[in-house]
Design a protein around this ligand. Structure first.
Ligand SMILES: [Zn+2]
Length: 310
């Protein structure tokens, strides 16, 4: 009896369809780069929408406090509004900013406009510009369509093998896993491109793009500590990113430095977010000490699994 193949997940389906249809290249108005369309925008949205609940579950749910979640959304949407200057259609994506109830230090994005940040990462920041830097960077992964590029590359190198294995009904794992897509690491060029886009959105929204360099330095410090930091496995190369951010601050964004129109927003961040977050998750509480230890364990696991997610 012939074997009937059914897609085990939406991602399986779109990899198959994309490979069969072989769609054309187009220029991304945000980056100016020509891209091979491995996924349509509709497929990106469907993928992000489907994977979001899985990802939230994986990270222990959303932070319960609505005011903290609303604050993240407010800053995120302020950045999203500026993406229209490159491509007006981007603001119509179903953008959502999720604050995860996890002590792990990480942030990531799914195609189609779903952005996630852990409270562990948020608690390390000292101003709103740093928050905008992280959210803007993740928005940049979406607008630059980096997951599409990863799939396009994979299709180019493994087209034959990939399609054969799909038809054989082999379960796609690793990068094809929905949550794996959010947790996969990007390459150096993609990271630098997202940093630059984040700085672009920040400056347009009135934030000091110095926040990008600051948050990178915070992350580099965290990575040097006990157990490292998960964000380093999904967003590698902090040193070259700090250097590039500094170059952009001295060139393209020199007009923002020392200019009060471009704010860091320390007091606002402290009053509207950090003080409330600290009250909700006080350090030293027994359960929080325990979860900190768990976070370290999770970091080790995820970092170790990164190779199989590529
Ligand atoms: Zn990144």
């Amino acid at each position: 009896m012939p074997r009937v193949w059914l897609p085990s997940s939406l991602s399986t389906l779109f990899v198959l369809l994309a490979a069969l249809v072989l769609p054309a290249c187009s220029t991304n108005p945000t980056t100016g780069r020509s891209q091979f369309n491995a996924m349509s925008r509709e497929e990106e949205i469907a993928l992000g929408t489907q994977a979001k609940p899985e990802l939230i579950k994986e990270y222990g749910g959303e932070v319960a406090r609505a005011d903290l979640r609303a604050y993240i959304t407010e800053v995120g949407m302020r950045l999203v509004a500026t993406t229209a200057e490159d491509d007006p259609s981007l603001t119509s994506l179903p953008w959502e900013f999720t604050l995860l109830d996890s002590p792990v230090i990480n942030a990531f994005a799914l195609p189609g406009g779903k952005v996630f940040m852990s409270r562990g990462l948020a608690s390390k920041m000292t101003n709103e510009a740093q928050l905008a830097a992280v959210l803007g960077h993740e928005v940049g992964h979406v607008t630059a369509r980096h997951v599409n590029d990863r799939f396009a590359r994979q299709m180019g190198s493994q087209l034959g093998i990939g399609i054969v294995s799909i038809f054989l009904g082999a379960d796609l794992s690793g990068a094809q896993n929905l949550v794996g897509i959010a947790l996969m690491s990007y390459d150096r060029e993609q990271e630098l491109e997202s940093d630059a886009l984040g700085m672009r959105y920040m400056a347009r929204a009135g934030y000091n793009p110095l926040g990008t360099k600051q948050v990178m330095e915070i992350l580099a410090r965290e990575a040097g500590g006990r157990g490292g930091s998960e964000i380093m496995s999904t967003h590698p190369l902090p040193e070259s990113r700090v250097k590039r951010a500094q170059q952009l601050l001295e060139s393209e964004y020199s007009f923002t430095q020392g200019n009060p129109q471009y704010k860091l927003g320390e007091q606002e961040f402290q009053a509207r977010f950090l003080s409330k977050l600290a009250a909700a998750y006080p350090e030293g509480r027994p359960e929080n000490v325990r979860e900190q230890m768990l976070a370290t364990a999770v970091v080790g696991c995820v970092a170790g699994c990164q190779d199989c997610l590529r």
